[in-house]
Ligand binder design. Structure first.
Ligand SMILES: Cc1cc2nc3c(=O)[nH]c(=O)nc-3n(C[C@H](O)[C@H](O)[C@H](O)COP(=O)(O)O)c2cc1C
Length: 511
């Protein structure tokens, strides 16, 4: 097949007087003068469109009004231009345009978070590269980031407002950081300062960058960038380890220049984030290996769950028609214990319907049906209408009040002797978990039990759930609930895959 020739999109060429200079990839300079320079100019202009060698010769002949002779002169020049990287040979099936269009199917909705590390002076370059990759980019900046790079320039580049505050100009809609956190399919913190790393590790949402990172369910890539002494400080290392444990993706720093030193004294020093070009290559690799690129693994909105019900049981990895291992005993104990407390004489007898149980995120209703069969008056709610429809269909007249409702905002009357949660807390965004704990505590009657099953630290990160350690669960509920028991279990889904989890029983103290 005849080879195509094209002027390289990144050809490094400059002119001085009548001479034309070519820079190769290693920075070596090649100078062309007189006729050679004129011929090189003509060839480079003609090859702005990909052509075969013979088409190039035809175009040259047209330009000079006759065949260019000897042809070997042109061939030698072509070899030189190729060797310097000014001319490349695109594949016939490759697109000639250098940048994919923003509508390219590989494009993601990317929230780029910029902090007050000096590498943020490169942000416009990084934004341009991300746009060229086909991503839809929105920028979030800390106050100190704006000292290094102006928001107006980034707004002009992205054609979108830059988020610099938790407060919208008109604060009666969804807060900007929450909107962005939900919108993003990928969050990049680049560069990530030591201060912002500390905020995210501590769960502080005091400014928009850390708030977006904490509230989002999308994968978050952190590119630390700082002076080597800061990078090696135990506090910074501890925070980065914490972020890795929490499921953040942490990029290794490379060598860069320490601007705290005078320009003449600067030497390459470890600690700086990779250059925008290298960082974009890393992001490309992360996206290529991410388990779920388009949809966060654990959707928070009703539409996300509806989509999972529409796609079949395999999309709901922890749905099952059977109780988890050990759950029957735990639930029986919670019911009989409660019953014993309220009326010791009838312990273990079928419960009176006055025993109220609430099943949060009930899915297709396995636990709600079990509790109803034990005589509890059950309220079961799920955010997905399809889940409740399936649950109703399987209940066959069991006494369950089925509700399509979002547990994060639902209004429920009265108090419950038992609140059950299997797989709700761990799909909530970290920023929502404290509010959840407050609501559950309010729903519990004095002496009532919470039976909670959540993924633990051995669950695969790609599920996108929070992988709870016991300390984190106990922290959420503080003094309001006391711990009765913790046991290891596994959540099985339709494929039989078992995901590592813990089941907690917590009790509300009598007031
Ligand atoms: C000139 C200059 C350069 C700085 N470069 C860095 C840096 O590369 N990395 C870093 O972590 N902090 C750096 N800092 C310090 C941060 O700007 C400072 O810690 C700030 O509080 C970061 O806040 P932010 O994370 O909210 O943006 C630099 C400060 C100055 C004045």
């Amino acid at each position: 097949m005849t080879e195509l020739l094209l002027r390289a999109p990144n050809a490094r060429v400059f002119e001085r007087g009548s001479a034309l200079y070519l820079l190769d990839a290693r920075g070596a300079v090649r100078r062309l003068d007189g006729d050679s320079a004129a011929l090189a100019r003509a060839v480079l202009t003609i090859l702005e469109q990909a052509r075969t060698r013979s088409a190039l010769f035809e175009a040259l002949a047209e330009l000079v009004g006759g065949p260019v002779e000897p042809a070997s002169v042109v061939d030698e020049l072509l070899s030189l231009l190729k060797a310097s990287g000014a001319i490349v040979s695109p594949r016939r099936d490759a697109r000639v345009a250098s940048a994919p269009s923003p509508s390219s199917s590989s494009g993601l909705r990317v929230a780029l978070c910029v902090t007050g590390a000096v590498q943020s002076v490169h942000t416009p370059w990084l934004v341009s590269l991300l746009l060229a990759e086909g991503h839809d980019v929105r920028v979030v900046m800390t106050r100190d980031a704006q000292r290094f790079c102006r928001r107006e320039g980034l707004e002009a580049l992205t054609h979108n407002p830059v988020c610099v505050s938790l407060w919208d100009a008109r604060p009666y809609g969804v807060a900007p950081h929450i909107r962005l956190a939900e919108w993003a399919e990928l969050v990049l913190v680049a560069p990530a300062s030591a201060t912002t790393i500390a905020r995210i590790a501590a769960g502080s949402c005091e400014e928009p960058v850390s708030a977006v990172c904490i509230a989002t369910r999308a994968p978050v890539v952190i590119a630390p960038s700082m002076n080597v002494a800061m990078a090696d400080a135990p506090a910074v290392r501890r925070n980065l380890e914490r972020l890795s444990e929490d499921g953040f993706i942490v990029v290794h720093p490379t060598s860069g220049h320490e601007v705290a030193l005078a320009p003449a004294e600067r030497a390459a020093m470890r600690g700086t984030m990779p250059s925008p070009t290298d960082f974009v290559a890393i992001v490309r690799a992360i996206v290529a290996t991410a388990p779920s690129r388009r949809e966060p693994a654990a959707p928070g909105a009703a539409e996300g769950w509806e989509a999972r019900y529409a796609h079949g049981a395999d999309e709901r990895p922890w749905e099952t028609d059977e109780l988890d291992e050990g759950a029957e005993g735990t639930l029986e104990r919670a019911i009989s214990r409660e019953h014993t407390n309220s009326s010791p004489l009838v312990a273990r007898a079928p419960l009176a319907s006055s025993f109220r149980a609430l099943d949060l995120g009930c899915g297709t209703g396995t636990v709600a049906r079990f509790l109803a069969a034990r005589g509890c008056a059950v309220t079961a709610l799920d955010i997905a209408e399809s889940a409740i429809a399936l649950a109703r269909g399987r209940a066959e007249g069991d006494r369950v009040r089925w509700l399509v409702a979002d547990a994060r905002v639902a209004t429920l009357n009265g108090r419950f002797d038992l609140v059950h949660d299997r797989a709700l807390l761990h799909v909530l965004a970290p920023a929502e978990q404290r509010a959840y704990a407050r609501r559950v505590t309010q729903w519990l009657a004095d002496g009532g039990s919470l039976v909670l099953t959540a993924h633990d630290e051995d669950a695969p990160a790609e599920l996108g759930t929070t992988r709870f350690q016991p300390r984190a669960v106990l922290d959420l509920f503080g003094d309001a609930l006391s711990l009765e028991s913790i046991e290891r279990t596994a959540m099985r889904g339709p494929s039989g895959r078992a995901v590592s989890a813990r089941r907690y029983v917590l009790r509300k103290l009598r007031g």
